[in-house]
Write a protein that binds this ligand. Sequence first.
Ligand SMILES: [Zn+2]
Length: 520
Amino acid sequence: MIDERAKEQALFWRQFKLLISSGVPVVRALSTATESIVDEQLKQSIEKIKSEIESGSSLADAMRSHGDLFSEIAVTLVAIGEEAGTLEFQAQQIANELEGGLIPVGGAKPVEVIVVSEKVEPGERSKVKEYVDNMILDAISQGASDIHIEPFSQSLMIRYRVDGVLREVEEPQEDIQLAIVDRIKMIAGMDVAQKRFPQDGKIRRTIESMGNKEIDMRVSCVPAQWGEAITIRILDVLSMSAWLNISDLGFSPADLELFESSIRKPHGIIIVSGPTGSGKSTVLYAALARLRSTELKMLTVEDPVEYGIKGSTQITVNPEIGLTFPVGIRNILRQDPDIVMVSEIRDYETAEMIIHTALTGHLVLTTLHTNDAPSAVTRLIDMGVEPFLIASSLILVSAQRLVRKLCPNCKELIELSDATLELLTQNNVDISDKSKLTLFKAVGCPECRQTGMRGRIGIFELMPIDDDIRECMGRGITSRKIREVARQKGMRSMREDGMQKVASGITTIDEVMRVTAGSS
Ligand SMILES: [Zn+2]
């Protein structure tokens, strides 16, 4: 009898985990997860728990008041999950442990959950907690995208990446350095004792001082020479939604028109290419947000889902359970989508599935890790894809980089030197009307933390696939040759697009040269 109840509860937690990990709010996930449950007692308790949560209780506290159904361990795991923002991970744990007979059903008593490293003396705990909390707050308030924590033989280096550039911050006191790493691992839902294997985790924080803004963070921990190195990627949902307007990404009017008309085609592949951190997924999400409509069904396969897009069903790949990109795509095709987003093409199998998807009448948005637009075509050929299949399915490749924008508060107009005019001319910027050229230099003020730069914008290279490019596709074709053909048809390079933004006073020559170094 006990076994049946444990099974039912395990089923409940597994379904609950799936629901919340795909973005369903807790209360709704609770009721949906009970739909296939037959245990009446469990169903009724969940009903009561739901109303307790609605009147302000935490899930763990609400469960505790139903100790006849949930074990102390289950409640503790949920409490840790709620504290650390890793509820889905903990729900999966509970399901596993119930199934394995490792935890009982029922028997919870109120417990105090301590979520700080056990290594640290009680007096030190608050110091470590405070340090980590402040560090996260500080990084967020500086607009950082990442926090890097790296141990060396005698020190712990902490740096924030702001607008794409790393900034070192003051080193924490030596006595708490080790505990800082443990504390982060713990709140990210990682196994603190495991120090020899890379781990991934997540942190969700509600920032009171920013109007209860919710911020998600993705945490990666790898064992390194002097200890564990941690990288925290800050997924800033609010500033993301500001970015999600496709017309604010930095496309020139002509590029915007081309991009918009391409994503409105009924079938075919659109590839966004660029190195890591060039804003590829932002463009994909913005495209999905633009295409959102009740008449179109959008499905995504991602690694991992970074942002929830309203109106689309999003799946995170999980190779450990066999949910790879190709398996994910094959399964979403059974869901009759109109638009499919696949976060990255990494191998031949995925490329082949994407082409199949496009050729069977779907629009596919995806990314490739290449330096420029023409290389996306040669990369696919190198993976083993037949050139005629690429030719018959690819619509557009958009390559991009992010440049830092000048701080509008302190930028200073500069005189145009002959060398500058020459450089602009070389990059096809029209210099005939000098009054339209407004170039600035970075200065620095408190608003931009003395860097002279604030925020970032994309520079693009859009290559629509027309008959001329299709014709030249074949084994042995070089990206240089494709570039030549595309240039003849008027393709503007990323550097040219960047120089146009320099001439309009948005960024600087140094900045454009920095991010386009190594591309033509
Ligand atoms: Zn400034």
